[in-house]
Write a protein that binds this ligand. Structure first.
Ligand SMILES: [Mg+2]
Length: 174
């Protein structure tokens, strides 16, 4: 059975949507798709505001109620039957997220056991056969098949196998 590591934020859970909503709440500005194309959130706002997204993401509770990416739960359930599935998140970047992420998985993806959850620092230790992630930095030392999940910040990256949504993951892997 092939093993697969799947990232959480911007792949399974829509963290960017909530970060953008909180930015709108605090600064009254809606960030458009055009403004965000090829950029991280902190690059798309005035430099004075660049630090707020890190603050938001480290707020206890932030990750507890994120929206599921469309169809991610049902397709993950199928993948879980055919692959050795691991959810891998560099959650140590936001230490307050750890319990929220665990509780979120337990609630929304009850077929995932604790042994399949890797909340870590660097993903350079991951040696699965396949990795799905929105951050190309996580592919640098990865030796398996790399699948880039489209997000506003990676739209200018070329040279990677890319998926735009979970239906495309389903087509490729199931
Ligand atoms: Mg991610």
């Amino acid at each position: 059975m092939l093993t697969i590591a799947i990232d959480m934020d911007e792949v399974i859970a829509d963290a960017a949507k909530k970060l953008e909503a909180w930015y709108q709440r605090d600064y009254g500005r809606v960030l458009t798709e055009t403004e965000l194309y090829g950029k991280n959130l902190d690059e798309a706002v005035p430099s004075l505001h660049a630090g707020v997204f890190h603050q938001y993401a480290n707020t206890p509770g932030f990750f507890r109620d994120l929206e599921m990416m469309p169809c991610a739960d049902s397709i993950l359930e199928q993948i879980n039957k055919s692959y050795g599935l691991y959810l891998v998140s560099a959650a140590m970047e936001f230490p307050n997220s750890l319990k929220d992420k665990f509780d979120w998985i337990e609630e929304k993806l009850p077929f995932i056991t604790w042994k399949q959850i890797c909340l870590c620092g660097s993903k350079s230790i991951i040696q699965t056969d396949i990795m799905i992630d929105d951050r190309i930095r996580n592919f640098r030392s990865f030796k398996g098949r790399k699948i880039l999940y489209s997000a506003h910040h990676n739209m200018l990256e070329t040279g990677y196998e890319r998926v735009n949504n979970w239906r495309e993951i389903e087509e490729k892997l199931l």
